[in-house]
Design a protein around this ligand. Sequence first.
Ligand SMILES: [Zn+2]
Length: 437
Amino acid sequence: MASEPPPAPSAPDPAAKAPSKARSRRRRTIALVLLSIVLLLALDQVGVRELSGRDFPSSDPLALALRARVEQLAAPAWGGRVPGSEGNAAAARSLADALAAANVKPFPSLGGYLAPLSEPTSPLGHNVLGWIPPEGESRGTIVLGAHFDHLGMTDEGLLLGADDNAAAVAVLLGALPSILAQHPRPYGVAVAFFNTEESPYFGTPRQGSQRFVAALPREIGGLSAVRLAVVLDLIGGVVWRPTADTIFACGAEKARGLPAIVDGVREPGLDVRRLGIHAVENIPGYVPQPFSDYDVFRDHGVPFLFLSSGRTPRYHRASDLPETLHYDRMARTSRWIAGLVAALSAAPPALSFDPRGEDFAAERDTLRYAFGAAAKPWTSIPGTSPITWARILGDRSRLEAMAEPGHTWTPEDARAIERASFRLQCLLYRFPVCFTL
Ligand SMILES: [Zn+2]
């Protein structure tokens, strides 16, 4: 490479002032950009406060009962309801009592509410099952399920599991009086409080829901008679204002006829938004990961609906406490579930499982709604970094493109939906690497 001789040093002349002025302008610009990035970061962290149940004082008459139930189940005295512990057994007995008080009977073939997880002994405890028989000619059974066990003592301290999953148990109990008041009732309703959902039992034959399916009460008449399994997990948490009144209904796309029924059930003040189960389970770059007790039903070809308000930063932490939950929304969810049972009774008995079922348009609409809010700095999700924000803008424009007239769905759309859905869940859970998705 040829080089020129260096210029000889010369006395400063007026022309040299111009570049030095440009330099200082550049420095000012860089300083301004840095300052605004710092400001943005600070705004992300403190400007948008993370919400909790304290921001949603309850006024719904049912909310008080739900709260009392959650406080009982998540009381330190029951130690987080760890399978095999006295606290878990006490929780199971209290749920049996709650079913009796609600006038829901046990399955006659079981002779009681407590169904063992193994035989001849059941050291880990029991599932708690109730049975509302059909009236007249039966169309089959609807399972309403939620696990009641939790993790208890960990390195972090005592995990009491208010949102995971005392809230869902309370919501199901809250739905029972309205379901019992429905006539006609062509479906039997199996109320299932599953044990042993948490690690290390998840995905093993020791999982309460797997045991339920393997030892189905005789009255149900076999798994093919289960027309729908509605499973709730993490149904009380709240972290972000735009989704504070939202629950996600996942998996309806896998049953022909179910999406329209789900969309048709309305409860004032509750936003039920559908999301495909793939958008919950398929983390980009990872093996698909089932999340709750709906899994065993899906694996056996039973139509299912998974209801959840999603993980919050309190998920599997000692901070998952009763005072952090949104009890009014939970009360609305109880009524919505009773409404769903009524709608199924009123609709023709036509649900059938469709493993390849998809409904990208519904997912696009659910995510467009969330990303519309997440993309605005004043309604962004707490903890959105500038890089994540840029990714959110990208997600939003991809979702907008999917809403153009005549759009044809591609596998890339499915992946973009999964990425957007996970970025959203990652942010709401406050997982630190949401921008890498
Ligand atoms: Zn859990």
